[in-house]
Design a protein. Structure first.
Length: 226
């Protein structure tokens, strides 16, 4: 059955243009302790910031995908408008199936765009926010290639974020800009990162589909390129 045949009440009740945001978050064992605690605090901050902006609350669509466990990638909750988003509390364990997580995210984006088109809702380019603190433990090359191709065709904007000992060379394979497209988190400054993300979403959600936007500086949370 076509995903477009499934009505989404929020798209009927709210016909505002949308900006889809998929958070693909590494919940492998190496994220245990302070990193996962700070990530959860950052997600809560993102929720609060988006809900506090009257436009972003109605226009930003959020989906969380966690990957870890026994090479497991799964959606946490459903797509929802930011006004209805409740930050999940994530736990760290297991491996790093980055390839499966990104493949799932790209498919979710295409399914959501189909629902927008069926409902007659305009949308800006979706964001795929990919966070990892290590090396993939599954076959990731095909997903990375699809990511680059979709970005080249303006189907998605990909933001790879490296935490701790993340392999920047591998993360760069998920961006059409290569390693130059990867941002590296300073220490555990997840809250600064999510403040930047929420500010970026406010800018993008106010933009015209297909238009150019000036995003905030990443200097508050990202390391300078090496």
């Amino acid at each position: 059955m076509s995903v477009a045949a499934i009505p989404d009440v929020s798209l009927v009740d709210n016909s505002e243009q949308r900006t889809p945001l998929v958070l693909v978050l590494d919940c492998s064992g190496s994220m245990g302790g302070a990193p996962i605690d700070q990530l959860n605090a950052g997600l809560k901050l993102l929720e609060q910031q988006l809900k506090s902006d009257v436009i972003a609350a109605k226009r930003v669509r959020v989906l969380v995908i966690e990957y870890g466990g026994m090479d497991d990638a799964q959606v946490v909750g459903d797509w929802c408008d930011a006004m209805d988003f409740t930050a999940p509390v994530l736990a760290a364990n297991g491996t790093t199936p980055t390839g499966a997580a990104v493949e799932l995210a790209l498919q979710e984006i295409e399914d959501e765009k189909a629902r927008f088109r069926a409902a007659g809702v305009a949308y800006t380019r979706p964001w795929l926010f990919l966070m990892s603190d290590g090396n993939p433990t599954d076959g990731w090359e095909t997903s990375a290639q699809r990511c680059r191709e979709d970005e080249e065709k303006n189907r998605v904007a990909v933001f790879p974020i490296g935490v701790g000992d993340a392999d920047v060379a591998v993360l760069g394979q998920f961006s059409r800009n290569g390693e130059r497209g990867v941002k590296r988190l300073q220490g555990l400054q997840f809250q600064e990162l999510f403040l930047w993300l929420s500010a970026s979403m406010r800018v993008v959600s106010n933009s015209t589909p297909g238009g150019q936007v000036q995003l905030p500086s990443t200097d508050t949370w990202s390391l300078a390129p090496v």
